[in-house]
Ligand binder design. Sequence first.
Ligand SMILES: [Zn+2]
Length: 214
Amino acid sequence: MSTDIVFGYILAPVSPRPNNTFFDSEPGGREAAPGSVALVQAFVNTVAEEGGQRWEAFADPDYLRSWLVRNGLLDDGEAVGDADVIWARDVRRALRSLLAANNGGEVYPEAVKTLNRAAKRAVLVVRFGPGGRTAAPESVAGGVDGAIGRVLSAAHAGMEEGTWERLKTCANGRCGWAFYDRSKNRSGRWCSMGVCGNRTKTRAYRRRRTAREV
Ligand SMILES: [Zn+2]
């Protein structure tokens, strides 16, 4: 990374802040989601597939524990089992499904049911702030249930902050990467126009051409 000194000011290239378990940048050079929903984005983007490669941050209890600890959601000594791995993946799938709905997909009742179950397991209770002017859900459960509760609280906060609807999964079904849509009219569809946008368009073009040729 180079810096230039112009008129006594140091101009450093702005590098978009990634929020990514696997790569050191977001697709298309996007910046990570802001505020509360950054945690939801990180949680959903713990699995990725690209060109026959698959990355899974919740591969087994040790992987899951280490991700949750690294993200400040779990104490290091807490027990994590196989059932927790399955549950974390279920909740992730449900959240991803809501983010797909933010990108024009439909809301699946199963996904909503899973998240409500997760909220119950996390024992999310309304906690009033010390000033008495704010109240927000807070998990009082321990372990992985409590960790997941913090992710759900972050989703709720995003809904309050008005950022939730901009958190979407890529319209390329093979990608599904969660990205934050900063476009003015919330019209972003792909994690990266250069990668998924063009690929999807090329496929659609090929399909149309093939249909004509047949
Ligand atoms: Zn994509």
